[in-house]
Design a binder for this molecule. Structure first.
Ligand code: 5GP
Length: 204
């Protein structure tokens, strides 16, 4: 689970990570936010109307959802279930409210990472340079960022995104270490199929 204030560089970080770990699956959220020019429906988000979003909420189709900067965002339950059943680790880009909703449900399985911009000045600059949001929207995002950043202590890891390559290496290292946690081996297929002998021989 990745959270970060808008402009911290989370989208670029996610794309980099997926190029290194193509076996991971990115959870494409549903959103009522207007699509930005460069965004593709069904790739960046599933853009839906508020009515359609609320119908999905009522049908229990989201594992979590939240209102962020005046728009609704939600994570599709079906996508996650299918990805996990296929043996894939998933990466979710969700805000602090969404992360709080699933933290209990995920138990040890979820790894929560907060991405920070190197400074407020850089965040401000990135949001303005992006050019996709109105000045009022940028102000709203900066305000939201101040509140979100206060909650970084709820996360397992914090990455300061001062340099994309460096931040990607840290994120990759976190994933690699988390995959190697001893408790994950307790339910590995090799153990079930071949018993302790295979596990001792280093089979996953
Ligand atoms: P943006 O509009 O800049 O793409 O995203 C705004 C915020 O919504 C970001 O903090 C992002 O992490 C969050 N967000 C995106 N998808 C979801 C989601 O499915 N659930 C929740 N709770 N937040 C989301």
């Amino acid at each position: 689970m990745l959270s970060a204030p808008s402009g911290a560089g989370k989208t670029s970080l996610t794309k980099r990570l997926l190029s290194i770990c193509p076996e991971m699956r990115y959870s494409i959220s549903y959103s009522t936010r207007p699509r930005r020019d460069h965004e593709i429906n069904g790739v960046d988000y599933h853009f839906v109307s508020k009515e359609s979003f609320m119908e999905r909420v009522a049908a229990g189709q989201f594992v979590e959802w939240a209102e962020v900067h005046g728009n609704l965002y939600g994570t599709a339950r079906l996508f996650l279930e299918q990805a996990v059943a296929g043996g894939h680790d998933c990466i979710l880009d969700i805000d602090v409210q969404g992360a709080a909703q699933i933290r209990t449900e995920m138990k040890k399985d979820g790894v929560f990472v907060f991405v920070l911009p190197p400074s407020w000045a850089v965040l401000n600059e990135r949001l303005r340079r992006r050019g996709s949001d109105s000045p009022a929207e940028i102000e709203r995002r900066l305000d939201g960022a101040r509140r979100e950043v206060e909650r970084y202590g709820e996360y397992d890891y914090v990455i300061i995104n001062d340099d994309l390559d460096h931040a990607t290496r840290i994120l990759h290292a976190i994933i690699t270490a988390e995959r190697a946690r001893a408790w994950r081996f307790e339910r590995s297929p090799a153990r079930e199929m071949f018993g302790a002998e295979a596990a001792a021989a280093g089979m996953p």
